[in-house]
Write a protein that binds this ligand. Structure first.
Ligand SMILES: Nc1ncnc2c1ncn2[C@@H]1O[C@H](COP(=O)(O)OP(=O)(O)O)[C@@H](O)[C@H]1O
Ligand SMILES: [Mg+2]
Length: 139
């Protein structure tokens, strides 16, 4: 196990996933990449200007969150990096996993906007279904 990718959406669930991913990275002496995907907004009732404003705010929020994560992990003896992508979250997580040839993808069972009645969030369930490497779903 050399490369671990953890998907972070700012939720408590993804904090737990990050913690677990870090434990695994430490014990395997693997590198850890933290990925956050800025979703595109499909709400048709939004004007282009509003869409742009919201996307800009989301981007800013994500940058700050990832910078916090980066500095909180800096003291660990694990090679870490944070990356931000934009687009459909599950697709971007899968694409990154494939491009980086990671050995493990770690996701939370739920995210920010979850309906708790589902066993798995829609992003984590897509990642489990379509990933070509092992996936750890952290509850
Ligand atoms: N935009 C995103 N960027 C990175 N990871 C994400 C994103 N959205 C979801 N994830 C990952 O998927 C997990 C489950 O979230 P999700 O399937 O979206 O659940 P929910 O439907 O409850 O929001 C999160 O804990 C996180 O690990
Ligand atoms: Mg979600």
């Amino acid at each position: 196990m050399k490369k671990i990718l953890v998907a972070h959406d700012g939720s408590k669930h993804s904090d737990k996933a990050l913690k677990k991913a870090m434990e695994i990275a430490l014990s395997f002496n693997a590198s850890l990449t933290v990925l956050s995907v800025i979703p595109e907004l499909y709400l048709t009732e939004l004007s282009d200007l509003d869409r742009e404003r919201i996307t800009r705010a989301l981007t800013e929020e994500t940058k700050i969150a990832m910078e916090k994560i980066r500095s909180s992990l800096a003291s660990r003896s694990v090679e870490t990096k944070t990356i931000i992508r934009q687009g459909p979250p599950a697709e971007k997580i899968l694409e990154t996993a494939q491009k980086m040839k990671v050995d493990l993808v770690v996701v939370g069972s739920h995210g920010r906007h979850g309906a708790r009645k589902f066993l798995l969030g829609s992003v984590s369930s897509k990642v489990v279904d379509y990933a070509s490497c092992p996936v750890l779903v952290v509850k």
